[in-house]
Design a protein around this ligand. Structure first.
Ligand code: 13P
Ligand code: SF4
Length: 302
């Protein structure tokens, strides 16, 4: 089958089975083309609450499929490729969190959505890169334990000097590898380009950026901007998608090594096989996790 034939078959099957396909923006272009919704983690969570389909396939990583299931307890949700996990989501477990809570009594626990559902059961509220600042600002508690990404945490904390923050030493293994020197070098190589970066990058990088935002935020900024050249400081599929949607503008990767192999593990064939029922994993969570993590995720969506 050619890619076009496979895509046509996926579209036929998803209509026949009343299943919608959600794809994170880091997926390949051929997957985005068959998706009903594409976007960042926040957009996927919101969209998951609106869908009228009887089932959903997540093309992204495990915590995204779990979020989808928690927001849709009566629907069947599949992760297109069960091997797709986010290493950051596994960095802190419940025992580790309990120790941190003892160290920081009275702090509100704010969990980045890139965490396991089990961990979310012990947190106060969930945030995504697109919603973290607003949610932390609106929290009644002015002491915040932000887990597990200290880069996103510091980005938020710098804008909320009236609040006290504590962090965990985790973070995205891909984004945090980018150094301030690399950002300087990229700006020197492309002096007319704007630097757009994800808040999972370290402060030495975000402080040099013209815009810091979620994957969808970066794409929207570049699409609307009058500028013609951009250095993109997030997963390199965003460079590809932007070059496709804005052929007259120029996009440069901040680092050629900014590739998330976990996001890239899902293929079009996985989506097809998941729809046929021969691949993928149906997400099943215990009632305790559905309830506990649901409280934390629904608070974010609200
Ligand atoms: P977004 O919130 O921008 O989708 O980011 C998720 C992610 O995993 C970035 O590495
Ligand atoms: Fe996780 Fe980083 Fe990949 Fe995002 S880019 S899914 S945070 S490993």
């Amino acid at each position: 089958m050619t890619v076009a034939e496979l895509q046509a078959e996926i579209i036929r099957l998803k209509k026949e089975k009343n299943i919608c396909i959600l794809a994170h923006a880091y997926q390949g272009h051929e997957i985005l083309e068959v998706a009903d919704y594409t976007g960042d983690s926040y957009g996927l969570s919101v969209e998951a609450t609106k869908s009228h389909c009887s089932g959903m396939i997540m093309c992204g990583v495990r915590f995204m499929a779990e979020t989808c299931k928690i927001l849709n307890p009566d629907k069947r949700v599949w992760l297109a490729n069960p091997a797709a996990g986010c290493p950051m989501a596994e960095q802190l477990d419940v025992q580790g969190l309990r120790q941190l809570k003892k160290k920081y009594p009275g702090y509100a626990v704010v969990a980045y959505i890139n965490t396991t559902s089990e961990l979310k059961t012990e947190c106060d509220v969930c945030v995504t890169s697109a919603s973290a600042l607003e949610i932390c600002r609106k929290l009644d508690n002015d002491k915040i334990l932000f887990i597990p990404d200290p880069n996103l945490g510091h980005f938020v904390a710098e804008q909320l000097p009236e609040k006290t923050f504590a962090f965990y030493d985790g973070g995205c293994p891909r984004h945090k590898m980018i150094t301030g020197q690399e950002a300087e070098n990229a700006k020197a190589a492309h002096p007319n380009a704007l630097l757009l970066v994800h808040p999972e990058c370290c402060p030495e990088v975000t402080r040099q950026a013209d815009y810091v935002g979620s994957t969808t935020g970066i794409m929207a900024y570049a699409e609307k901007s009058d500028a013609e050249e951009f250095i993109i400081g997030t997963e390199n599929s965003i460079v590809e998608h932007l070059q496709f949607s804005c052929p007259d503008k120029k996009f440069y990767p901040l680092s050629v090594s900014l590739t998330c192999m976990d996001m890239k593990v899902t293929t079009l064939m996985d989506v097809y096989n998941c729809l046929r029922g021969t691949a993928g994993e149906e997400i099943e969570l215990s009632p305790e996790v559905m309830e506990g993590a649901g409280r934390c995720i629904r608070k974010m969506v609200e």
